[in-house]
Design a binder for this molecule. Structure first.
Ligand SMILES: [Zn+2]
Ligand SMILES: [Zn+2]
Length: 409
């Protein structure tokens, strides 16, 4: 065998070894992702596995397979009712390695951030409301209609607290939202999947302490009371696969959170602007700012105190606008009382959680990203009603225009 032949033989040998390794890796990877965990991928996108816990510096939606044991938390809105383009109102998306996805709050403005991720809307049918302020539920109907248009063909399930009277509870809120949007829903019914137009509400007692409000597929979601403005605000804990994420909602520091959020992997809690910064930012007088920041909400030093007690693997503060000045003021306050792992949430911040590590990154999205593709199941889902405008309105059609013929089906 000549040197040339020998090196060729070696090359073939090492190539087949690499190929064998690749095949083994591929089979390991495919077994590590359950069938149900696979998302409907937008055309042209292929997700790949994260190897050895090494994540790209930015999160590019629909390019990473979520590990079978992994949780991904995405902040869709972290701001205030008085919004900026960089900080819309509160919403969090929680995705699990078993394929389940949950939304916590749907604050106004969150929908564009959610769409920018091009999610599989057929899986986004479970929403948990912390309380009924507009900066937490203002996009409920926008999400309901938007997701129904974009792949959701099953009823939207809304979980939320009761209030001190039935009129102040989640069921009443959703019923009146649907009634208010009766015209919108009627225009789309029939053209879109029938079941997707429905909303099913589960209203639970806001005073229950760490009681299960949702259970299924290995996931348990519990609620406990929060202290915020009026009776009826709650916090949630999501437990799955030995991991725990706590969504605080809005709350004054409270003993339930101290008890039930203790030791969470990721504990999110509001970290409001401190009084002086709040007064300067919104032009409020210091009295009003002090009341709102320290009586209705949780100022940064109080947030730090809470986190130094419950000691999560990662503390997440939110509910402010992250201007450079505001950010410095919040950080300054938090670090007076807490020196542990911390992320001040911004819109489209992504947190990957495994038993081994917690990775915080920003999502990289496009301003003009298209809506996601829909599944075959969505296309085939039952659609019944036919509707049209009345004869008296139809008679007003301008005769000077004739639309092109409908394409053959
Ligand atoms: Zn609130
Ligand atoms: Zn709020």
């Amino acid at each position: 065998m000549s040197i040339k032949q020998r090196s060729m033989a070696q090359m073939i040998k090492s190539f087949s070894r690499v190929l064998a390794t690749l095949l083994v890796t591929a089979s390991l990877v495919s077994t590590a992702f359950a069938e149900g965990a696979k998302d409907n991928m937008p055309m042209g996108r292929t997700a790949t596995a994260i190897v050895d816990g090494k994540y790209p510096a930015s999160y590019f939606p629909n390019t990473e397979l979520l590990g079978a044991d992994e949780m991904r938390i995405t902040a869709l809105g972290t701001g205030m009712p008085n919004q900026t383009r960089a900080a819309v109102s509160i919403s969090y998306l929680v995705e699990l390695g078993n394929g389940d996805k949950f939304l916590f709050d749907l604050g106004s403005g969150m929908l564009a951030n959610l769409f920018s991720l091009r999610p599989d809307f057929s899986k986004l049918d479970k929403v948990f409301a912390s309380h009924l302020h507009v900066d937490h539920v203002g996009d409920l109907m926008a999400f309901h209609i938007g997701s129904w248009l974009s792949g959701r063909y099953t009823p939207l399930k809304v979980y939320g607290p009761s209030g001190s009277t039935p009129a102040l509870g989640t069921a009443s809120f959703v019923k009146h939202m649907q009634e208010g949007y009766a015209w919108d829903i009627a225009t789309r019914s029939g053209a879109l999947p029938d079941a997707g137009g429905k909303i099913e509400v589960t209203e639970f007692d806001y005073m229950q302490e760490n009681q299960v409000v949702y259970q299924g597929n290995g996931v348990t979601i519990r609620s406990w009371p929060a202290i915020h403005s009026l009776d009826g605000a709650v916090s949630y804990g999501v437990e799955w696969n030995g991991l725990k994420y706590v969504f605080g909602g809005d709350t004054y520091p409270n003993s339930w959170y101290m008890k039930y959020a203790k030791g969470a992997d990721v504990a999110s809690h509001e970290a409001f602007l401190p009084p002086k910064t709040l007064a300067a930012y919104f032009g409020w007088d210091l009295g009003q700012a002090t009341y709102v920041s320290t009586r209705i909400h949780t100022e940064p030093q109080a947030f730090g105190k809470v986190m130094s007690q419950i000691k999560p693997r990662l503390a997440v503060g939110y509910h402010s606008v992250q201007s450079p000045e505001n950010n410095a003021a919040i950080m300054d306050g938090v670090r007076k009382t807490y020196d542990g792992p911390l992320a001040l949430a911004r819109d489209l911040m992504v947190i990957n959680v495994t038993k081994e590590q917690i990775k915080v990154r920003m999502a990289n999205v496009d301003e003009y990203v298209l809506p996601p593709d829909v599944t075959m199941a969505y296309k085939k889902a039952a659609r019944t009603n036919k509707k049209q405008v009345s004869a008296k309105v139809a008679a007003g059609k301008w005769k000077g225009y004739t639309p092109p013929p409908m394409p053959k089906r």
